[in-house]
Design a protein. Structure first.
Length: 434
């Protein structure tokens, strides 16, 4: 239905004058803004349809990971269609909602090519501050600066005042205009900002793109970082076994307990204690790599991530590991076993998670060991509890498959998801490297 407009061939650029090239760059930049604005309107339209289709789901602003919202259903579609992460998809949905509902004049200017993405971001930032809370005399949060109808009027005034002649302003010039508007709107009050309002501590271990380092609050060898990540998760889970990912009796979230575990380990080290809970880091590596005959990469799964690491990191992690043999066919597919019970046996579960190390939804990297094992053909409809009929799905994508019109079927060494719009997305199993 929708096709891209014809563009000049790259070889035609050499015959263009400097002025023509500048005109082309300008025209393309304006067209990029128009297309992005049109995309945001399309996302907003999809959002309205998902809200109508899934009116029984939780409201979009519910901050509860255990509840499925219509925005999450839409985000799932965008993740698969655009090959983007959940955070990026939700950011796009939020942008579409804010611009269509709160800042329509800004979106119109964007669609006309009069302003760039940077201008839009600056207006959105000031618009968000209009709803921030005031700081009281004792330093705590007070009431919002504007709310409800007053907030809508303030945002309309912001656009009316600050977008006059905006096509002639740089982002920096618009930012100064926005600051002056905010100063007048705040009436001398101090506004808090998002990062200053964050009070829940956390400690995160993330692998870096170079594949040999992990980021904590500095840098350290990746293998040690992965062990640390698994150790902290094990400590946090052990302190609240009834609901490892929930809030404990002291009001501590899982993230807070990870921080406490880190601090406790530092205190224990100073005291000379060596006690530590058991935590697992799964390494899938070829025997030839361990023997030093090649340097093929390996797969590592911790309680919070599934990544590819270099041969050196894999050897380091495997040096003090407990090994489990997994038999595969010559091309790496894990062999199957049959079952007619609903809950898979430990052996079947291990084989499923060895075949698919992460959630099988496109782009999702939730480690399989923390995913639900879902029957592709439901058990109640005759689906067997076998390796071929089980798929690791994170709780969110499991709910999406169960409660919406997303469908999943097995492909040869992979999976095919079909979205409510009829689009299909294929994912492949990545077999162990032996």
């Amino acid at each position: 239905m929708f096709e891209s407009a014809a563009l000049p061939a790259p070889e035609a650029l050499t015959a263009a004058t400097d002025a023509e090239l500048v005109d082309l760059v300008t025209a393309l930049d304006r067209e990029r803004c128009r297309l992005d604005a049109l995309g945001l309107r399309a996302v907003a339209e999809l959002r309205e349809r998902r809200l109508a289709e899934h009116s029984g789901l939780a409201p979009a602003d519910v901050d509860d990971p255990a509840q499925l919202t219509a925005d999450q259903v839409l985000a799932t579609e965008l993740c698969a269609a655009l090959r983007i992460g959940s955070g990026t998809a939700h950011a796009r949905i939020t942008s579409a909602r804010e611009l269509t509902e709160d800042l329509p004049a800004t979106l119109d200017a964007y669609a006309a090519g009069a302003i760039h993405f940077g201008h839009v971001a600056a207006v959105r930032g000031t618009s968000a501050l209009l709803a921030e809370r005031l700081v009281t005399a004792d330093g705590t949060d007070g009431d919002p600066l504007y709310a409800d109808d007053a907030l809508r009027r303030a945002r309309a005034e912001l656009e009316k005042t600050c977008l006059v002649g905006v096509e002639r302003l740089s982002r920096a010039q618009l930012a100064r205009r926005l600051k002056r508007f905010l100063a007048r709107a705040a009436g001398g009050h101090v506004l808090t900002v998002a990062h200053a309002r964050q009070t829940t501590p956390f400690l995160r271990v993330e692998p870096c793109d170079d594949g040999v380092n992990a980021h904590v609050s500095g840098f350290l060898p990746l293998a040690e970082g992965l062990r640390l990540d698994a150790y902290l998760d094990g400590c946090a889970d052990a302190t609240h076994p009834e609901d490892p990912r929930g809030v404990d009796a002291e009001g501590r979230t899982h993230a807070r307990r990870r921080v406490d575990a880190f601090l406790d380990s530092v205190s224990a080290a100073r005291a000379g204690s060596s006690a530590a809970p058991t935590a697992q880091v799964h390494v899938t590596v070829a025997a030839t790599t361990l023997l030093g005959l090649d340097d093929d990469p390996a797969e590592v799964v911790t309680p919070t991530s599934a990544i590819t690491v270099t041969a050196d990191v894999a050897r380091d992690l495997a040096a003090d590991a407990t090994w489990r043999r997994i038999l595969t066919d010559p091309v790496g597919a894990v062999l199957d076993v049959g079952a007619r019970t609903y809950r898979p046996s430990a052996d079947v579960a291990r084989r499923v998670r060895a075949r698919s190390t992460t959630c099988v939804f496109p782009g999702c990297v939730r480690p399989a060991q923390h995913c639900d094992l879902d029957h592709v053909t439901p058990f109640a409809q005759g689906g067997e509890t076998t390796v071929d009929n089980l798929a690791p799905e994170c709780r969110h994508h499991h709910r999406v498959k169960t409660h919406t019109r997303w469908r999943l079927r097995r492909r040869d060494r992979g999976w095919r998801w079909t979205s409510p719009t009829g689009h299909t997305y294929d994912t492949d199993d990545e077999p162990p490297p032996y």
